[in-house]
Design a protein around this ligand. Structure first.
Ligand code: ACO
Length: 430
């Protein structure tokens, strides 16, 4: 067996371990350190999990140096060109592309679960009118646990699949309801004769008083953005879903936790932050100044939509979205000065030594906001859009995890840096 020898050095020190190497089908191998504490008495220290594989997964593969992204082995560029979001969701969940009949059945299953319980609306009514939609989404999705908890046995594959479908189906209904609540519109019911993205856009923008005319490019563009955001292996929100899932919690609670993790500006919240940054820069002539600020560590400012933990090359999703941005804006007849600012910013940053040295490239969020804006999606909803798409990945990972023979509760260790043991001091002696 191939092993990795680890030996602690120092006077009188002779602890060592021969640790097995774990190989995947693609990508770097890993040292299985589970025996390390038992055999040597030491743990590993890896803040931010920079060098740690937390599980085995057959869903998504990223080669960050080459800028490659595969869902179940299929390159993202091919899926973006030929597939649809629901077909990709099926692929992520089941591991194989569906036949025509399987896809039709899956689309139908999703469609019949799009409605939400009427009393769920009461949760929305409890929010202040200016609540951020991500706060509402997180709360309302968590509250789905209250509707299904007692009927859900996470050890039953049929119930697990139903929960996954419910999440994919209800997420757009709830997302649109959060938006409509914030602007005082009545909540829209899903129209199941429409495809997933068209249905969502209708729930967002249709008013009872008149029918909605959608340009055909709108649902197509949204579907493509959803495909690109559907999964990204063990990112912060997916790892959060898995951590919560490792305790046996129900999937609605797991996905609500994933939504909370996604909201942060270092993760999915970046798409909202990018648009705000582009608006603040305002004009291509201010780009050099913004780049200088991003390089100055004391400024606390980073170029949002730039850099990635795994990609040390152009994010392949950003390349697809960049191309699509021109097509969507052209088809909608929109000319957005923010696109000029974004293109200028990318050009300057990619030629700058600071960004070249650190391999900082535009990520998936750099251009997505410009498309969402052109589709009429308000800025606060951008991360909600990400959450709708990423639900496909979250549920696929949760399903995979629940049948993992190596599943253990996620419970990291720590290096304790607090006070050593000391005696309690009574209040009047302090
Ligand atoms: N602007 C300026 N400098 C940056 C940026 C940026 N956007 N990103 C990283 N750096 C610098 C860091 O200051 C650091 O410099 P140093 O080596 O001199 O200290 C170096 O690049 C490495 O950065 P880390 O923060 O160590 O990289 P990490 O892998 O931990 O972080 C992250 C990745 C969080 C994505 C980071 O690049 C970032 O904050 N980007 C902006 C936010 C963003 O776009 N997030 C979305 C990510 S994609 C997604 O979640 C969908």
């Amino acid at each position: 067996m191939e092993t990795f020898e680890i030996r602690l050095s120092g006077e009188g020190e002779n602890r060592s371990a021969a640790l097995p190497i774990v190989h995947g089908t693609l990508g770097p191998s890993a040292v299985d350190i589970t025996r390390l504490p038992r055999e040597t008495g030491v743990f590993t220290y890896d803040p931010g999990f920079v060098a740690t594989a937390s599980c085995k997964s057959a869903i998504t593969y990223i080669d960050g140096d080459a800028g490659v992204l595969l869902y179940r082995g299929y390159p993202i560029e091919q899926l973006a060109r030929h597939s649809t979001f629901l077909e990709v969701a099926y692929l992520l969940m089941h591991g194989e592309l569906p036949s025509r009949q399987q896809l039709a059945e899956f689309e139908r299953e999703v469609a019949i679960h799009t409605m939400i319980h009427e009393s769920l609306k009461n949760f929305l009514n409890g929010f202040h009118y200016d609540a951020h939609p991500m706060a509402m989404l997180c709360g309302v999705i968590a509250s789905l646990s209250a509707f299904y908890h007692y009927k859900l046995d996470v050890h039953d594959p049929v119930q697990r699949k139903l929960a996954a479908i419910r999440l994919i189906a209800k997420m757009p209904t709830i997302a649109a309801a959060c938006y409509r609540y914030s602007i005082g519109w009545p909540i829209a019911y899903p129209r199941n004769n429409l495809d997933y993205c068209t249905r969502f856009l209708h729930m967002m923008f249709e008013v009872p008083a008149e029918p909605l005319q959608l340009p055909p490019i709108a649902a197509k563009a949204l579907d493509l953005l959803f495909i690109l955001h559907a999964d990204h292996e063990q990112n912060a929100s997916t790892s959060t879903v898995r951590l919560v899932g490792s305790t046996g919690a129900n999937p609605y609670a797991c996905v609500a936790a994933g939504i909370a993790a996604l909201w942060g500006p270092a993760h999915g919240g970046a798409n909202e932050a990018v648009l705000r940054m582009l608006m603040e820069i305002g004009d291509p002539k201010n780009v050099a100044q913004a780049v200088a600020r991003a390089k100055d560590k004391k400024s606390g400012f980073r170029l949002m939509g730039f850099g990635h933990r795994v990609y040390k090359n152009y994010d392949p999703r950003a390349a697809i979205i960049r191309e699509m941005t021109h097509e969507v804006l052209g088809a909608l007849g929109v000319s957005d000065p923010l696109l000029e600012v974004a293109l200028a910013l990318e050009e300057v940053a990619l030629k700058d030594e600071y960004f070249i040295e650190r391999k900082l490239y535009p990520n998936v969020d750099f251009y997505s906001g410009i498309i969402y804006k052109a589709l009429g999606i308000p800025t606060e909803m951008f991360t909600v859009m990400f959450a709708i798409a990423r639900t496909a990945g979250w549920v696929a990972h949760w399903l995979e995890q629940q049948t993992d023979p190596e599943l253990k509760i996620g419970r990291p260790r720590q290096i304790y840096t607090g006070a050593a043991s000391r005696d309690y001091v009574p209040l009047d002696q302090r």
